[in-house]
Structures are given as structure tokens and as C-alpha cells.
Write a protein that binds this ligand. Structure first.
Ligand SMILES: Cc1ncc(COP(=O)(O)O)c(C=O)c1O
Length: 428
């Protein structure tokens, strides 16, 4: 029984492990873009377990690859040669756009960013890091220290000195009223000014589209402009692609490519959807950066054969079925539908995003004040209508997050948009 499970959950798991919904859901199985709860209700899944079910639920091609691999060997550790790990590393290195790339696999996005920070601070001999306001990079002691989102910062203790840069949120903050060109110029000036006041930083870490922050982003090209300033000073650029990786933004395979004018990042990190639900994270870096450590380092569960089999099957499916193109086409239609629906709802401040990564920010009508209660009400109403979505936003969790599996079809996008429209209208 779900109720009993809820009681047991509450007695044995931490209080800070938040559950969605007044009556939390137990999801028992899924297929394609749908999931079912323990009571047999079916939902369209527009959040994919926080963007981890990137391709589809129970996709036969991936299920078969995982079960075939499980029947052979699940894990042998990185002490032995691991064919699926080498194969996936080769493919990711090539796709990354980073020259002379090396790949290190971890078990999560947090551990991937932790590794990137270890590499950057060692390579540059600096523990100063630049991060974006409204960012989220994970839950470890080091990644919490570079998270610019109060709601996800349980401590201010940190091994790093972090300075937060402007630009990750286009429509809030001191430069919001400027046009794109002047906004970018103001952010670059601010970065230069900041660099004049600090010891030389190791790196700037940034999500091309901020995930937990509510799918906010700068104008295209801002990180390219930042990169020019950083590179003149030898400072590294780390693109956190944990949410944007592998085509979700529709226009690009990686989010950094919207800022690619001056070349690829020095490092990128990935996780979430790469294994379509299996826990894969990792870092790609130029070899001189990856190889700068002078002691052993290992992730016991990083790159296990079973997760790599899922990653390889997922990548193959994604490329063969052009799911990036699908994200662009179906995501374009979905955002237009949601914009049209939102125009009738005064509580919607903004509908933003690209591809299948769409944020809807809610404010108290007539003000610019965040309305987290409205966001929760829409989340509940969407569930009532048979649609699962997410929430986010540094601005008091007042943004809805829409991020379906990339195989979403037009009929499902239309159905989801109808349900969300009704849910938004219910809070008018
Ligand atoms: C951009 C970004 N980086 C890192 C992380 C941390 O990943 P994980 O939860 O797999 O440790 C997240 C998780 O939401 C994320 O959105």
C-alpha cells in the first residue's frame, strides 16, 4: 500500500529528501513516455525521473543490452580492461568536440563535477572557482560549495573559494532590462572587473541551461565571450552538461555548442540521461588536464560493464533515430503550445527554454514575486490530469519544469500541452 510505504519512507529516510505531491506517488513501471503508479493510474511522464529517462521507458533495445550484459558480467572494476567502457569513452571523446580528449566515468553528476574541480584546482594550483548565480552542480561537499542556489546549499563550509558571476538568468538581476547584446557586454565587463579583484581562479563552471535553477539561460554566445576573457588568463571553462547532454536542447548535441564561437570548453561533465536511468556520470577533459594528477584516483563503480552497456545502447538509439532532431521539432511545437496557453494565464511570468527543456515561471499576478504555491498547485493539477512534470527555480521554486523523454511524439506533446493548459487555468 502506498500509504504504508509513505509512513515507512518517513520513518527511515532523511527529512530533507523531498517527495513530490501531497499524496506521494509510487511509480511501479513505465513504457515509452508513460509510467504507472501502484494504484494502476497511467501518466504521461514529462519529467523522466529528473531527466534521467532520456530516451524512453523500457526501451527494448536498451533493456536487451542491459540484460545481455547482466548475464555475462555486471562489474569487474577499472583494474581490468573493460570493453564497453573503452567503447563508450571513444564515442563520447569524439562527440565532445574537445581535442585530445580523455574520459573518466563516475556514478553521478556530483562525482563528475567533483572530479572536474579536483582536476581544475590541481592543474591551475588554485582553489578559487567561478560559478554562476542560480547554479546547481551536485550535493557533495565540494559541489555544494559552487552551487549558487540557496535552496540547495545546506552548508557554506567549502574547500573552495567561490565567486558568483552574472549571466545565467536572462530575465532577472541587474542587467535584465538590457537587450541581449548589452546584457552580454555587461556580464563580460562584470567578469573582467571581478577578475581584477581576486587571486587567479582555477576555472569557471557553468550549466549552459540551468537545470535545478528552472531552465534559465543566458543569451547564446555569452559563454563564448567569457571563454575569450578566461583563456587570455589561462582560466579553464567547465561546461556542466549533466542536464543538457546528448541533444535535449534540440539545436545542439551539447549545450555548450550554443556558445561555441570561440571553441569547446576545456572540460565537460555529464550524467543523468546518458544511461537512460542507469547511473553513469563522467568528465571529458583535454589529456594534459586529465593527466595532471600525480596520485591514484579511482571510482569503484564508475564505468561498470552494465551501465556502459546501457550507455552504448542509448547513444546508438539516440543517434540512429535522430532524437536531437525530434527534440527540436516536437519541443518547438510544445513550447509554442505552452506559450499560447500561458498568454491566457496572468500568473505565468515567462515560458522559456529550448528543445525538450521548457521552464514556466509563475509569479503573483501583477507583481514580480515568485509564487511557489501556484507552482505546487499546477504540479498537483497536472498529476490529476494524468501528467507528471517537475519544479525548480532559484527564485523560491516557482518554475515548472517540462522535460519529457526525447522520443516524445506529436500526439503526446499535444496531449501533455492540453493537460498543462488546464492545470495552469485552474490557478487563475
Ligand atoms: C547541472 C547539474 N549538475 C550536477 C548535478 C548532480 O548530479 P547527481 O544528482 O547525479 O549527483 C545535477 C543534478 O540535478 C545537475 O542538474
Amino acid at each position: 500500500m502506498t500509504d504504508d510505504l509513505l509512513g515507512r519512507h518517513r520513518s527511515v529516510l532523511p527529512d530533507w529528501l523531498a517527495l513530490y505531491y501531497e499524496q506521494p506517488l509510487e511509480i511501479t513501471h513505465g513504457e515509452g513516455r508513460h509510467v504507472w503508479d501502484a494504484e494502476g493510474n497511467r501518466y504521461l511522464d514529462f519529467f523522466g525521473g529528473i531527466l534521467t529517462t532520456m530516451t524512453a521507458h523500457a526501451l527494448p533495445e536498451i533493456t536487451k543490452a542491459v540484460s545481455d550484459q547482466a548475464a555475462r558480467i555486471v562489474h569487474s572494476s577499472t583494474l581490468y580492461l573493460n570493453r564497453p567502457m573503452v567503447e563508450l569513452a571513444e564515442r563520447i571523446a569524439k562527440l565532445s568536440g574537445i581535442p585530445d580528449a580523455r574520459v573518466f566515468f563516475t556514478t553521478s553528476g556530483t562525482e563528475a563535477n567533483d572530479t572536474a574541480l579536483l582536476l581544475a584546482t590541481t592543474y591551475r594550483r588554485s582553489n578559487t572557482v567561478l560559478a554562476m548565480r542560480n547554479s546547481y552542480h551536485g550535493r557533495s561537499f565540494s559541489s555544494v560549495g559552487i552551487t549558487g542556489n540557496r535552496g540547495w546549499s545546506p552548508t557554506s563550509l567549502s574547500p573552495l573559494q567561490t565567486l558568483y558571476v552574472h549571466g545565467g538568468v536572462r530575465t532577472r538581476g541587474p542587467f535584465a532590462e538590457l537587450d541581449d547584446y548589452d546584457f552580454a557586454a555587461a556580464c563580460v565587463d562584470d567578469l573582467k572587473d571581478l577578475l581584477g579583484h581576486t587571486r587567479p581562479p582555477a576555472a569557471l563552471i557553468a550549466e549552459p541551461i540551468q537545470g535545478v535553477g528552472g531552465f534559465t539561460s543566458p543569451p547564446d554566445g555569452l559563454y563564448a565571450a567569457f571563454r575569450e576573457v578566461l583563456h587570455e588568463r589561462g582560466i579553464l571553462w567547465i561546461a556542466d552538461e549533466v542536464q543538457t547532454g546528448w541533444g535535449r536542447t534540440g539545436e545542439h548535441f551539447w549545450g555548450w555548442q550554443a556558445h561555441g564561437r570561440s571553441g569547446p570548453p576545456d572540460m565537460l561533465t555529464f550524467a543523468k540521461g546518458i544511461g537512460n536511468g542507469m547511473s553513469i556520470g563522467g568528465v571529458v577533459a583535454r589529456s594534459e588536464i586529465m593527466n595532471c594528477l600525480d596520485a591514484n584516483s579511482i571510482s569503484t563503480f564508475g564505468g561498470t560493464q552494465i551501465t556502459m552497456a546501457a550507455g552504448l545502447a542509448n547513444l546508438t538509439y539516440l543517434l540512429e533515430h535522430d532524437l536531437q532532431g525530434n527534440a527540436r521539432r516536437v519541443g518547438g511545437l510544445l513550447i509554442e503550445r505552452l506559450r499560447a496557453a500561458a498568454a491566457q494565464v496572468p500568473a505565468v511570468r515567462e515560458v522559456r527554454g529550448r528543445g525538450l527543456m521548457i521552464g514556466i515561471e509563475l509569479t503573483r499576478p501583477g507583481t514580480d514575486e515568485a509564487d511557489p504555491e501556484a507552482a505546487s498547485a499546477v504540479l498537483e493539477a497536472a498529476r490529476e490530469g494524468g501528467l507528471l512534470i517537475g519544479k525548480g527555480g532559484g527564485h523560491d521554486t516557482s518554475a515548472l519544469r517540462v522535460a519529457p523523454p526525447l522520443s516524445l511524439n506529436v500526439a503526446e506533446a499535444e496531449e501533455g500541452a492540453d493537460i498543462l493548459e488546464q492545470a495552469l487555468r485552474s490557478i487563475r
